[in-house]
Write a protein that binds this ligand. Structure first.
Ligand code: NI
Length: 251
């Protein structure tokens, strides 16, 4: 089952989201998980999850939101999650030292509050980590949570640490980029620990690199993973789909 485990369907990026969802379906994508990671994104994601059976959502505050999130906002996440079965995880949450390095402590604090919530509710998490591998791993180790390392593009060593901790690697368009070393990591890691994602509207795979991304391009990512792992694309779709269903308990 072809499942896009991470996309941002917001009217900030798309003129007609209903049309995008229809196109995704027609291209063979069975389910999508929208990541709502700021206040507006969370509202929109929930709206579409109520409208469509095959749309699920994760909600949580991205590290770039660090100055705009209060403790009350975190409590509100809790009540949203408890009242909506289509919310299947908390994310994307994490650390970003590329854009917000000077806010390191504030970011860790926001990250920990949301990890605590995930632990309490028994929810999987979707992790954003940019130039912050060590702090991400050290922080995750404090909590009994599992989930997905979104847009993974690190080394084999890092991949193995995350996998040992019970995380799946979210593989997106980067795997199709010529200069990416991700393919070599996938050859070693194998399909058991992967889920597919687009992170649309960002990071469109080759041959659409630089254009607006959408879940309808997910099959290009599946094909490249199949090439790298030397297996049939149908096996990639089956395995990564099952991994997504198991990780997020999709019904
Ligand atoms: Ni994202």
């Amino acid at each position: 089952m072809l499942i896009d485990t991470h996309c941002h369907l917001s009217c900030e990026y798309y003129d007609n989201i209903d049309e995008v969802i229809r196109e995704n379906r027609e291209s063979g994508v069975s389910k999508i998980i929208i990541s709502g990671c700021d206040k507006k994104g969370i509202e929109e994601a929930i709206l579409y999850s109520k409208k469509y059976d095959d749309v699920f959502v994760t909600i949580g505050y991205h590290p770039e939101e660090v100055d705009r999130v209060s403790d009350e906002d975190i409590w509100e996440l809790k009540s949203l999650i408890e009242n909506n079965k289509k919310i299947v995880g908390i994310g994307e949450i994490g650390l970003d030292y590329y854009y917000e390095k000077d806010k390191r402590n504030e970011q860790i604090s926001l990250f920990e509050k949301q990890l605590q919530l995930a632990e309490e509710l028994g929810m999987p998490v979707v992790i954003h980590s940019r130039e912050a591998v060590k702090d991400t791993i050290d922080t995750l180790k404090k909590y009994k949570v599992k989930g997905v390392i979104h847009c993974f593009s690190g080394s084999l060593e890092t991949a193995e640490i995350y996998i040992k901790m019970g995380y799946k690697l979210g593989i997106g368009g980067v795997v199709t980029f010529k200069n990416s070393k991700l393919g070599e990591v996938l050859e070693k890691v194998g399909l058991d620990n992967l889920v597919l994602e687009t992170d649309s509207p960002y990071l469109a795979p080759v041959p659409f690199r630089g254009k607006q991304n959408s879940s309808k391009y997910l099959k290009y990512i599946a094909k490249e993973v199949a090439n790298r792992c030397c297996v049939d694309v149908d096996l990639v779709i089956e395995k990564t789909g099952q991994n997504a269903i198991d990780t997020f308990d999709l019904k």
